[in-house]
Design a binder for this molecule. Structure first.
Ligand SMILES: [Zn+2]
Length: 388
């Protein structure tokens, strides 16, 4: 879910109070209440480079505004939760979700969609973990220095060998496991998804995807990848949460709540009912399916699944129990890894680290801010380096 200004010219934070009344798009507090939502992920996201007219260059090293924008989005989410204490309550663990629910509040978790937001840096990821981010989608619709994307429809040109994870992306999976952040595979290329499942020691999630067998779109999950998920020692104990975006659901005349239930049932037929969930992508899509037009309509999907014979306890799992099980497993692994040091990996195509010229290039004659003995140490490094 995303929060945007409700009027042209309005500053983003000034729009927060209006969420309690009515807000354009799919989400506001009255409709969340009408939809009987117990919890939601508020998503830190900023558009891919091409959409905002920026070019990070072939090595992703040209600075962009993505990191600033994502910090602003996180600030907006934090203030939104703070300014609506009667309705929203921050949550990070399944226990905190249950506490918010018991208090009659909508548990408000934070996700992050796309590694293009990370400035190519695992240090940035670690700080976002401290700020409460609970899942990270490995790409949005663009490739990033960490991973290859499925694109927005038409296939993207391959930029990383094998069209999957880079070396830094492989390190990223270990860091996500260590930090207790869920690995989200929606939007990723199939190779990225398969490699991430093989590497992750924790269950993975798809936060908003459908079934590719039912509707052939690269944003949906193919059966061969679904078969990697489920119960059993050789399967990942993850969850696939169904998206509501019409182009992923079916032909325009069949994009309705029943067809969303078809996706859930097809996926559950392969992975099991303990491994499916409900997403939405409300306010992250310009259209919605018939019967699930906005956040007030979730009960229609629950009624549809009940009518198809899903038991009440199965529905409780689908509506959040399964995802909370994944959160618990991710937290347990974090606890196990608590003594591990952070990854020291640096984006392999980055040219400014390890740093030897901060405060003045050795050839420019400009003053350096390094202490003199550090300058002389660096000066000695160059001839030694040249001798290699
Ligand atoms: Zn998305």
């Amino acid at each position: 879910m995303f929060i945007l200004t409700s009027d042209p010219g309005e500053k983003p934070l000034d729009s927060i109070p209006k969420l309690a009344e009515s807000f354009p798009g799919h989400v506001d507090i009255p409709r969340l209440r009408e939809g009987r939502l117990g919890g939601a992920f508020w998503t830190v996201w900023a558009p891919c480079y091409d959409i905002v007219g920026e070019d990070p260059g072939p090595d992703f090293n040209t600075p962009t505004s993505a990191l600033r924008d994502s910090l602003e989005m996180l600030d907006l989410i934090q203030n939104m939760i703070k300014q609506h204490p009667d309705h929203l309550q921050f949550a990070h663990s399944s226990q905190q979700v249950k506490e918010a629910f018991a208090a009659g509040k909508i548990a408000s978790l934070i996700g992050m969609e796309g590694t293009h937001l990370l400035g190519n840096s695992l240090s940035v990821l670690r700080v976002f973990a401290q700020l409460g981010v609970r899942y990270l989608t490995l790409t949005h619709t663009c490739h990033a220095s960490f991973a290859s994307s499925a694109g927005a429809g038409a296939p993207l040109a391959e930029v990383h060998p094998g069209n999957g994870l880079t070396d830094l992306g492989r390190e990223l999976i270990g860091e996500l496991n260590r930090l207790g952040i869920m690995v989200d595979l929606s939007h990723t290329s199939d190779a990225t998804a398969k490699q991430a499942i093989a590497l992750s020691k924790a269950p993975v999630v798809w936060t908003h995807s459908g079934s590719r067998a039912l509707w052939d779109h690269p944003r949906n999950v193919p059966d061969d990848i679904l078969r990697l998920i489920g119960d059993g020692p050789d399967k990942n104990n993850g969850v696939v949460q169904s998206v509501f975006y019409p182009p992923f659901i079916g032909p325009p005349d069949a994009a309705n709540v029943s067809r969303v239930a078809d996706h859930i049932e097809h996926i559950a037929g392969i992975v099991g009912k303990k491994h499916v969930g409900i997403a939405s992508d409300f306010d992250g899509m310009y259209a919605s399916v018939e019967g699930l037009e906005d956040a007030s309509k979730y009960p229609n999907l629950v009624a549809e699944l009940l009518a198809r014979g899903w038991a009440e306890d199965e529905l409780r799992d689908v509506m959040g129990g399964n995802l909370m099980r994944v959160m618990d497993a991710v937290d347990a692994l974090k606890e196990q890894l608590v003594d591990e040091l952070p990854s020291s990996a640096v984006w392999e195509k980055r040219t400014d680290l390890p740093a030897t010229s901060w405060g003045g290039n050795k050839d420019s004659g400009a003053p350096s801010y390094f202490p003199l003995e550090v300058q002389s140490t660096i000066a000695e490094l160059y001839p030694r380096h040249d001798e290699l």
